[in-house]
Write a protein that binds this ligand. Structure first.
Ligand SMILES: Nc1ncnc2c1ncn2[C@@H]1O[C@H](COP(=O)(O)OP(=O)(O)OP(=O)(O)O)[C@@H](O)[C@H]1O
Ligand SMILES: [Mg+2]
Length: 381
């Protein structure tokens, strides 16, 4: 048995430089010192040796030098409309295993319109929408007010406030113009979903034939779905929206939205939200972990809003950690499960990661030592 050397890859808020004309919430997506420290400790508690790596322009050299067995990736990326895919692309170039989705999964999920096109094509419910690249496009007559306007590839509720809900074309064009100018990216316009808001977290990957040796928390498909979390943003500062302000409060603090987990919903709605989440996850090719956001529409039905393939992992404030906590899963278990799910995938592909860390042994697909880079029958089984 040997300890894994895990590269913990992140963009820490305090190290990210923002342009003077960047929007005021430009840093919202990046991780705090506390989150990185908590992940570090959790991975160590899993028996790993952790090497921290900042995902800046030096990463290609630093990660090559460190040569970790596997990387735990939470890096949001510094710039560009597929910034969450930068670290996966580098690690693939270097043939280093890493957690969570790959280049394409993150690129799709970061583009809310691309995600919705994939879901629509897969027959999944998502609000009708239109993308504005310039601001003067003709409004699609099939859309009906109120319409919601948001930046097409931001997260953490950035660029969302009371003005995001528009009631006529003048308001819509003004908000679209503001998004284009402030966030320098297209604006996504979609039907406003007036109902309750839910978010579903999951870890797992679909079992392939023969994959059945994972520990017992996964269902027969290969997923572990956390209890549904309802966010009531009518409480607190969000004015009904789970926006960047609402997300800046610690749950329970005055001003925070109300977090209800498990949500008080009928079993049928819970099952539907979970089924839709797995389908939404698989449709974009996500891996290991995600959080999927929903709202109920005017018709009372759930609609997919977006998927977060790099969900926040702060032990106290992040939604998926709140869900895990509510079902009694410890933070370190959550983090090490994600690591093991990734290791399992690479093991299946015949990569090196076949020796589980000492103090956190969960049966992997193949707990045997296999020379690096060589596929074995057992490894694929
Ligand atoms: N079509 C819509 N109708 C009503 N409210 C919406 C709609 N789209 C987004 N919202 C509100 O804005 C919030 C943020 O939107 P969304 O989840 O798409 O963006 P995000 O910034 O990527 O979120 P995250 O922090 O989860 O990454 C939602 O949680 C919801 O409260
Ligand atoms: Mg969201």
């Amino acid at each position: 048995m040997k300890t894994w050397r895990v590269g913990l890859i992140y963009n820490m808020k305090k190290n990210v430089h923002v342009d003077p004309d960047a929007p005021p919430d430009a840093l919202a997506e990046y991780d705090s010192v506390e989150t990185v420290q908590a992940l570090h400790e959790a991975l160590e508690a899993g028996g790993n040796k952790v090497i921290r790596l900042e995902a800046d322009e030096t990463l290609l050299d630093s990660v090559r030098q460190v040569a970790p067995d596997i990387c735990f990736n939470i890096a949001e990326g510094l710039r560009g409309d597929a910034r969450e895919s930068h670290v996966p692309a580098i690690l693939e170039m270097l043939d280093i295993p890493y957690t969570a989705s790959k280049v394409l999964g993150h690129a799709i999920s970061l583009d809310k319109a691309a995600t919705k096109r994939v879901w629509r094509d897969s027959g999944l419910p998502t609000a009708p929408f239109q993308v504005f690249h310039y601001g003067d496009e003709a409004l699609d007559p099939s859309l009906s007010f109120p319409l919601f306007v948001k930046p097409v590839h931001e997260g953490t509720g950035m660029g969302i406030d009371g003005n995001s809900v528009t009631y006529d074309e003048a308001e819509l064009r003004q908000q679209v113009g503001w998004v284009l100018k402030t966030y320098r990216q297209p604006a996504l316009v979609e039907n406003y979903l007036p109902g309750r808001e839910f978010t579903v977290g999951l870890i797992g990957n679909r079992f392939l034939p023969g994959d059945r040796s994972r520990n017992g928390i996964y269902d027969e498909r290969g997923y572990h779905l956390f209890p549904v979390l309802e966010i009531d943003a009518n409480q607190g500062v969000g004015e009904g929206l789970y926006n960047v302000d609402a997300k800046s409060y610690v749950p329970g603090e005055q001003g925070a939205p109300l977090y209800l987990c498990p949500a008080d919903i009928p079993v049928s709605l819970e099952a539907e939200l979970k089924e839709l989440s797995v389908a939404a996850f698989e449709a974009i090719g996500a891996l290991d972990v995600s959080r999927i956001d929903f709202r109920l529409g005017q018709d009372g039905r759930p609609y997919l809003m977006e998927i977060n393939t790099l969900p926040g992992l702060n032990p106290v404030v992040s939604d998926i950690c709140i869900m895990a906590h509510s079902e009694g899963m410890e933070y370190s278990r959550l983090i090490n499960e994600i690591l093991l799910l990734a290791a399992e995938r690479y093991t299946r592909e015949g990569k090196a990661l076949l020796v589980a860390p000492i103090s956190y042994q969960i049966p992997l697909l193949a707990e045997v030592s296999v020379p690096r880079g060589k596929a074995t029958k057992r490894g694929r089984a």
